[in-house]
Design a protein around this ligand. Structure first.
Ligand SMILES: C[S@@+](CC[C@H](N)C(=O)[O-])C[C@H]1O[C@@H](n2cnc3c(N)ncnc32)[C@H](O)[C@@H]1O
Length: 287
């Protein structure tokens, strides 16, 4: 793992994430941008997922990491092999039988480009952009039946390619990454959320999940970074247990519409917390 991340600078190519991500941060983006620190040195996103905030910031010189081998491979291929990836994406077609044939492939038997191409194809054509896997870690989301999915978004992929040029991208647990953050670095943590209810299982991103003990450990790591002088921002569900976990830090309760449930009546605008280790206009201290 590289020990050096250059200072993050705007590239002026702020863009959208190339990944369609249920549970991504698009609805909260304006509030997240308004809650960033005024200045910082380096930027870390250790629960990258669709990395919505990173792409919106359009930074050069940042550190993106996630435990998902699939996601990390996609970002590395977009950074290092964009032309071959775009050509490979052009081979796919939006047919149900083809979808299930591609879904059945074992990603570990594919080349990095084929693996990224399979991931992006499934991501654009599966139901609701879900990234769900079964206990064996195999992608198990059904076909989405979209009329015109944007399978080869060449412009979007090329913009992401430019932003990623100076980005360190690593498959890593957040606990291995946070010790690299130094005073005045900005760290945005968007872990799988504390489960809200049986119907909103945002903890199923990876086969391993992220349980309550993980949330307790993450909160401890956030306080450690705060004492070191890092700027940390965390997103999570606005539930009493999370408010207790981050007592003493600043928070804003914001509403986020989730469209992940197939039952429209359950697509409630659940509230989420944006927690920061530094004061933000309109934020209040958690007590
Ligand atoms: C809520 S998603 C992040 C969404 C992202 N902010 C976005 O805008 O799309 C959480 C991510 O954390 C990753 N993850 C789960 N456990 C992890 C761990 N222990 N360390 C690092 N990443 C982890 C998952 O693979 C998933 O991609």
């Amino acid at each position: 793992m590289p020990s050096f991340v250059p200072n993050a600078r705007p590239t002026n190519i702020a863009t959208y994430s190339p990944i369609k991500y249920a549970g991504g941060k698009r609805q909260l983006l304006a509030q997240l941008l308004a809650s960033r620190p005024p200045t910082w040195h380096r930027y870390f996103e250790p629960f990258a997922g669709g990395a919505t905030l990173f792409f919106a910031l359009g930074l050069s010189g940042a550190y993106l990491s996630d435990t998902s081998a699939e996601l990390i491979n996609v970002y590395q291929v977009i950074r290092d092999n964009i032309d071959i990836l775009i050509a490979d994406l052009g081979r796919h077609c939006n047919r149900e039988d083809y979808y299930y044939t591609i879904r059945a492939l074992d990603p570990e038997t594919l080349s990095p480009v084929e693996r990224a191409s399979r991931f992006l194809f499934l991501n654009k054509t599966c139901w609701a952009g879900l990234l769900r896997v079964n206990r064996q870690g195999r992608f198990n989301v059904p076909f989405g039946h979209y009329e015109h999915p944007n399978i080869v978004n060449a412009d979007g992929l090329r913009a992401a390619h430019r932003v990623l040029q100076t980005t360190e991208i690593a498959q890593a647990d957040y606990q291995a990454v946070l010790p690299m953050a130094q005073p005045e670095d900005f760290v945005y943590c968007d872990p799988p959320y504390v489960a809200l209810s049986g119907s909103a299982r945002f903890t199923e991103y990876t086969a391993g999940g992220f349980d309550w003990a993980d949330h307790v450990q993450l909160a401890a790591a956030v306080y450690t970074l705060a004492r070191r002088g890092c700027y940390v921002m965390v997103s999570n569900a606005d539930v009493p247990a999370v408010r207790v976990l981050y007592r003493g830090l600043w928070s804003q309760s914001v509403s986020a519409r989730r469209s992940i449930n197939s039952d429209a009546t359950k697509r409630a605008g659940a509230r989420e917390l944006i927690i920061t280790t530094y004061p933000v206009s309109g934020a209040e201290r958690l007590r």
